[in-house]
Write a protein that binds this ligand. Structure first.
Ligand SMILES: [Zn+2]
Ligand SMILES: [Zn+2]
Length: 503
């Protein structure tokens, strides 16, 4: 009996828009009884699902291709999981790594690949994996994620025997496209070496057109040419290859169980509930699944957190004004410093409390003491240095929003060094002056605004706040008995690395 399954074809792309009916009619004529169409980005989910609705032989895989890893957000990956839990797809895919084009930064590719492997585990579905010139990293991630529950297919296999061996060792299925017909023998040994129960065929239409149709659009009917070449290389018959690859694909994609899956995105809750009941009327042999899909549906997904801010670092500029005290003349002087910020209580879902540690240095260089300028004849502008170490608790009213408003309260340690005194003591030998550094402890507070900008590597948060601080302890310089009160509008730029993407 003629039976083939094209396990990989992008039939929703524009190149099939005109003649999809004829394409599928030719496929049926060629014995293709099912076609798996993997989406590559969120915009393709709906067109792919529509095709599956129209044509019963079409089955959808839902996933984000490495090419699009940088464009998608966490919410898109959550959407992948939702659709699969609603029974809208038979696999996660296509996912993986592509170092040939490197359209997305590699760390982001890793992250998106790994997250989708975990989705596959969570929903109990297989993964359709794309690998281009990324053998080592891909295998390493698979090895790390393989806990016995990952079922995967390496589609369009084009690596060597060593990769084949490791992939098979990890339980992987191997699928070939038209590339085995035009690779000038480079893949012959690999095609021969794939174990009988792991091999599959695909077209990857509209790409990878097999000989003798090179240059034309590929389509599922041509999968027979791949199977034919495979039969030649493995020294067997086309019929044998058809039987083997079709059985493997049906087992891998659980095509016989599809009757119980109804994709109803609009009634997601209901669909998920109904799937928690064991399918009583299905007497087909259940493929060995590590966890039943029902289990994973029952487990509610943790709501995804829009802005991961464990720990951030950055710098700030301030305009420091000493509002009262003996140096009121010293209007606004520039300050600058470093800014560390952490959200240590996130573990307990307390996102609104942050701890800020800031260091600010402000240097006032425009001080003159006219009493001494004349007597010494020297020109001097001794700087006053004001250093502050702030430890503030920051309360954010809306931590899950793009724009956060906050207020803070804390302690500040001051270290003020007065250049004029230094100069008078060291140069003028004026005995009225005995010290030129004072330290003190005070209170500080602020209110401000921060904007969360997502990047593949973490959150970048431009932050603006008005920070005020005052020495509360007794002042250590006897001459300076006045209040010491600093007002600082400051602009900061903080970066919170995405630690979850690093581990
Ligand atoms: Zn691919
Ligand atoms: Zn593909």
């Amino acid at each position: 009996m003629r039976s083939l399954i094209d396990t990989h074809a992008h039939l929703y792309v524009g190149r099939f828009a005109e003649d999809i009916e004829q394409v599928l009619a030719r496929a049926t004529e060629a014995g293709v009884e099912a076609v798996v169409i993997p989406a590559t980005k969120p915009q393709e989910f709906e067109p792919a699902l529509q095709l599956a609705k129209r044509f019963p032989q079409i089955h959808v895989a839902i996933g984000v291709h490495p090419h699009h890893a940088a464009e998608v957000e966490d919410s898109d990956l959550d959407h992948v999981q939702e659709l699969l839990q609603q029974g809208c797809g038979i696999a996660v895919g296509e996912i993986g790594l592509d170092y040939h084009y490197d359209f997305a930064p590699r760390p982001r590719q890793h992250e998106v690949f790994r997250r989708q492997l975990r989705i596959a585990k969570a929903v109990g579905l297989p993964a359709v994996i794309h690998n281009r010139e990324s053998d080592q990293d891909l295998l390493q991630i698979l090895e790390e994620e393989q806990d016995g529950s990952v079922r995967f297919q390496l589609h369009c296999f084009s690596s060597g025997l060593d990769v084949l061996e490791r992939a098979v060792g990890l339980g992987g299925m191997i699928s070939f496209t038209g590339n085995i017909t035009f690779s000038k023998g480079a893949l012959d040994d690999v095609v021969r070496a794939v174990p009988e129960d792991r091999i599959m065929v695909e077209t990857d239409a509209p790409y990878m057109t097999p000989l003798p149709h090179r240059g034309k659009r590929n389509e599922p009917a041509f999968v027979e040419l791949v199977a034919q070449k495979m039969a030649e290389l493995r020294g067997t018959t086309l019929q044998e290859i058809m039987t083997t690859t079709t059985a493997n694909a049906k087992r891998f994609f659980q095509l016989m169980l599809l009757l119980i899956l109804a994709c109803v995105p609009a009634a997601a809750k209901q669909s998920a509930d109904s799937r928690q009941q064991p399918p009583a009327d299905i007497s087909l042999p259940t493929p060995s699944l590590p966890a039943s899909p029902a289990d994973s549906v029952a487990a509610p997904a943790k709501p995804s957190e829009p802005y991961e801010k464990w720990f951030g670092f950055g710098g700030h500029f301030a305009s420091t004004s000493i509002i009262s005290g003996s140096l009121t003349d010293a209007n606004a002087v520039a300050g600058y410093g470093i800014w560390l910020s952490g959200t240590p209580f996130r573990s307990w879902d307390v996102h609104w409390l942050q701890l800020d540690i800031t260091y600010t240095q402000s240097r006032n260089t425009i001080l003159y003491d006219t009493n001494y300028t004349n007597s010494t004849g020297k020109e001097f502008a001794p700087p006053n240095d004001h250093q502050q170490f702030g430890f503030n608790f920051r309360f954010t009213g809306n931590p899950m929003s793009v724009i956060n408003l906050h207020a803070s309260l804390g302690l500040t340690y001051f270290r003020n060094s007065y250049g004029l005194e230094e100069w008078l003591i060291n140069e003028v030998r004026d005995t009225n002056y005995t010290a030129f550094v004072e330290t003190g402890l005070g209170l500080s507070g602020s209110f401000g605004i921060a904007i969360n900008i997502k990047t593949p590597y973490g959150i970048v948060a431009p932050t603006a706040e008005w920070y005020v601080s005052k020495i509360m302890s007794e002042r250590t310089l006897p001459r300076r008995t006045a209040e010491f009160f600093l007002s600082q509008p400051r602009l900061g730029l903080l970066f919170y690395p995405a630690f979850s993407k690093l581990f």
